[in-house]
Design a protein around this ligand. Sequence first.
Ligand code: BT5
Length: 337
Amino acid sequence: MTPNRSALEHDGANHAAAVRLADRLFAALLAAPGTYVSGSALAARFGVSRTAIWKAANRLMEAGFPVERAHRRGYRLAEGYDPPVGPNGWEGLEGAELGRAFRFFPEVDSTQNAARRWFDDGAPHGAVVLAERQTAGRGRMGRQWVSPPGTGLWMSVILTDGLRLADVHALSLMAGLAVAEALEAFGYRPGLKWPNDVLLAGKKVAGVLIEGQGELDRLYFAVVGIGLNVRLPEAFPPELRTIATALAEHGPPPPRRKLAAAILSALDRELRAYRAEGFGPLRERWLVRAVSLGREIAVETGGGRIVGRFAGLDDDGKLLVETAAGLRAIASGEVRL
Ligand code: BT5
């Protein structure tokens, strides 16, 4: 091994250890809501120095986490901290397949990646990965998903049972529908834009990203990524402000763990309905929320731009557009309203 290489590895290992300690510190504070935990108790618990705890706390604060430090008392998460999941998971998911197992990271590259890593490591069907912040959150086709801490619900659901590759389109629509139905339960009036945007007053409040691996008649796994803006980040890029919104712009948002539970519970119901009866009944529920149904739209596809009347969805969830040349079923593309 060359000295250079081992120096790099050493740096890498130190960095990883610091990140992990910050993760564990966050988890410990999360498990003790409202109360200060002393630096020495934390140091003893993790077998590190109080200085290491101090540095880990700094790391969390610099990354935007609401960690408070008080002289002689220790550390805690700020009183108003709104966790996306409780220490024991979610209420209201009794009997659901989704959400029984979960992992919540203060910071991760992408919950999609963390979900994939967990799948490789034996994650059960329905396992959920959440993060307070994503450093490389992504949208479709390599686009970026802005995911600062404290502002949204960044969540990935791992599905391993009972799906085929052909179900992926429907899955994407079901996830958007689940978000819309969950928001309606809290009094919002969302609209759906094919294939996977959830809008409030014409601006994007949530997006869905489906990734997976499989063969024609079998899906080994799918990861349903859901990003929902709860509060509008101050650091939101100006160009996003014109197209994106957050729940808080439309009334005081519910606690994030309630939003997560409502989304998971709706998705759970939809997956069951889909297995039993296919996409048919879900299509109607999707279409009544669709923005621009019956109106002229343009769709950018790999094969060029298609313009026509938005006529509905086919049995697999493809977009139906009535063009001058006849009815077209579109599997993937970008809709311009
Ligand atoms: C999506 O892609 O809408 C899918 C977003 C999925 C995000 C979740 S978060 C949890 C999980 N982990 C991940 O890494 N991803 C998933 P798409 O339709 O390609 O939209 C991406 C576009 O939306 C970007 O190009 C921006 O224009 C815009 N955008 C980026 N961040 C946004 C945000 N926070 N809110 C609204 N729009 C955003």
